[in-house]
Design a protein around this ligand. Structure first.
Ligand SMILES: Cc1cc2nc3c(=O)[nH]c(=O)nc-3n(C[C@H](O)[C@H](O)[C@H](O)COP(=O)(O)O)c2cc1C
Length: 273
């Protein structure tokens, strides 16, 4: 594997050399043009930085075909104010319209989420999609089943106090869904092995993109707790310990209500060291 340099365009400015995460690009001793240092090819993480950062379009890389790297459009760059309001206005949505989320929309969101950072550009995040309200509701039922067991077996040695469990269970018995909020869809991002942070980051991207597309999301912490230890819940979505060591579920649907104000958050606690 070798990069291709258009010698008419390359200015030998070393930008690709400096930007390569593993510094596997160097200057050719023969002509000074960039090249992958012989013997280090296997350290390429296919991140596409060298191709994307070259201001002259002089570099081609077999792992990052330029036709798959569209140019950044200046007119689509958002301002600081737009970004700040967008990020502050995202809300956890707990009341959904009775409308399904189209498969193509979910597909599009997952593709955007694939641009979240991953350790070493490993891109090991895998997705489980449940786009059926009844099936999602079934997972809530399993979580309630698990909570009922916990309440009987270990009322005081469990992360949730019995008062909380009783409240959730009585909400369920009253026809509410305090677990997955009658969401029409559930997305689970998973990763094997050591990439603990990657599914969470991918879901963060997913939820921000979903917000921009008029959808609402909510992290499903109660279901996550059940999935960690309750086999029937794991089996219901085909989550296995060997392929999905790290995971998080996220509710998805069209919000029934719009938020008008930006709620306050605590001032940050920072230690500048
Ligand atoms: C890891 C995580 C787990 C969460 N689990 C739940 C949950 O099980 N049910 C729920 O209604 N909200 C859940 N939330 C949403 C939080 O309650 C919410 O983020 C917080 O109240 C702030 O509100 P906002 O997201 O609208 O800013 C979870 C959030 C995170 C980050």
């Amino acid at each position: 594997m070798q990069i291709l340099i258009d010698q008419d365009l390359c200015k030998k400015d070393d930008i690709c050399i400096e930007s390569c995460p593993n510094r596997i690009i160097g200057s050719s001793p023969e002509n000074g043009f960039p090249m992958i240092i012989p013997g280090l090819e296997m350290l390429c993480i296919s991140c596409g930085h060298c191709v994307s950062v070259c201001p002259h379009g002089a570099l081609r890389h077999p792992n990052a075909p330029v036709e798959d790297c569209p140019p950044i459009q200046k007119e689509l760059v958002i301002t600081k104010e737009q970004a700040a309001q967008f990020l502050r206005a995202r809300r956890s949505i707990r009341v959904y319209k009775d409308a399904p989320v189209e498969r193509e929309t979910i597909q599009e969101l997952i593709e955007i989420a694939g641009h979240a950072p991953t350790g070493g550009n490993s891109q090991l995040v895998r997705w489980i999609v449940i786009a059926d309200r009844e099936k999602v509701h079934g997972l809530s039922a399993l979580t309630i089943e698990w909570m009922r067991q916990k309440l009987v077996e270990h009322p005081y040695q469990f992360r949730y106090p019995p008062e909380f469990l009783k409240l959730v269970i009585s909400g369920w018995e009253g026809g509410e869904d305090p677990i997955l909020r009658k969401a029409p869809a559930l997305i689970v991002a998973t990763s094997p092995a050591v990439m603990a942070t990657d599914p969470t980051l991918a879901l963060s991207y997913f939820e921000l993109a979903a917000t921009a597309m008029g959808l609402g999301t909510c992290w499903a912490g109660l279901l996550k707790a059940a999935l960690l230890e309750y086999e029937p819940a794991m089996a219901a979505i085909g989550l296995t310990n060997d392929t999905s060591i790290f995971f998080y579920p996220l509710m998805l649907g069209y919000p029934k209500y719009k938020y008008r104000l930006l709620p306050r958050r605590n001032p940050p606690k920072i230690r500048w060291v």
